[in-house]
Design a protein around this ligand. Sequence first.
Ligand code: DAH
Length: 369
Amino acid sequence: MSEIIKNMSDTLVRLQVELTEIVQNANDLQMLEQAKVTALGKKGRITDLMKTLGAMDPEERKSTGQALNVLKDEIAGLISRQEEALKRQAMDEKLAREIIDITLSVRPERKGHIHPISQTMEELATIFADMGFRIAEGPEIEDDWHNFTALNFPPGHPAREMQDTFFLPEDTGAQGEFAKKLLRTHTSPVQIRHMKANKPPIRIIAMGRTYRSDYDMTHTPMFHQIEGLVIDEKTHMGHLKGCLRDFCEAYFEVDDLPMRFRPSFFPFVEPGAEVDIGCSRKDGGLKIGKGESWLEILGCGMVHPNVLKNCGIDPEQYQGFAFGMGIERIAMLKYGIPDLRTFFDSDARWLDYYGFDPLQRPNRAFSES
Ligand code: DAH
């Protein structure tokens, strides 16, 4: 080997070591780009040597040319492997930074609860939907006609008096009983609105807030009611009893629940009744089901012909039943909550104790049967 070729070969070996080190030390893509320019760029180290080939004699040019090409390919391969490794590393880092561990459970100290009223309303909707009822709605700010007159309340009825009803300033844009605004005292006016807007057959429930000026262990100025209404050509008292029996057994999750219908008076039904369910009281506790005692839970009856007439429905052709219940009351009975006022104290500890797991389905027993 000539002296010149040997010198060149030493130069190439040193260059290889040097360039390999530069490439391997490039620990981000920018540094690698720089290394690429240094090795293979137009003014790079390998390119510079390529330029000297022209001045060499043929033998030297051949061997040096081959060796340079081998070195060039080697360094180019090294750069592309390094680039791949750096890109993979950058992606791994990005993925690690952006990771969302969906297996992490909810932090127990942050767990929220469903309020017993919401839970009970969900249960009521589920049960009545299964029986073919639809949900109807009406406004909380009502007028005297829908809240009382259309429901056949005689003039001077005690419920219209100031101590029960929250009256609002008159609506100057309306006439007579429509001008007398009030906070609805029950959900029964939704019956009226629904019958005026829809033709029978009708099968609805209406749930929501109601207002009366009252406050003690079993009364709050705002409370919730559910109203039911069924109107068609054939529905009779037997259907009313069957419907309420199915409802009570599903809601209280008790088979063969003792029930009794006591005659009672509500202006908008005839005949009217109050429904009691069986219960037993032991050691200060209350258990719904067969027992020595009774609990009143709802009012009901066959819709009064005057109410049908007030809504433009012919009582000679149509009839049906209605019922109404206090939602707090049936929630208190099912879940053993002693004081109605606590429902609206907004006390988080109360809600932790009496509230419901948001992930639990309401009335599971009934829906899955
Ligand atoms: N609206 C009545 C109340 O607030 C409850 C009620 C009783 C509703 C009998 C009815 C019914 O539909 O038929 O006390």
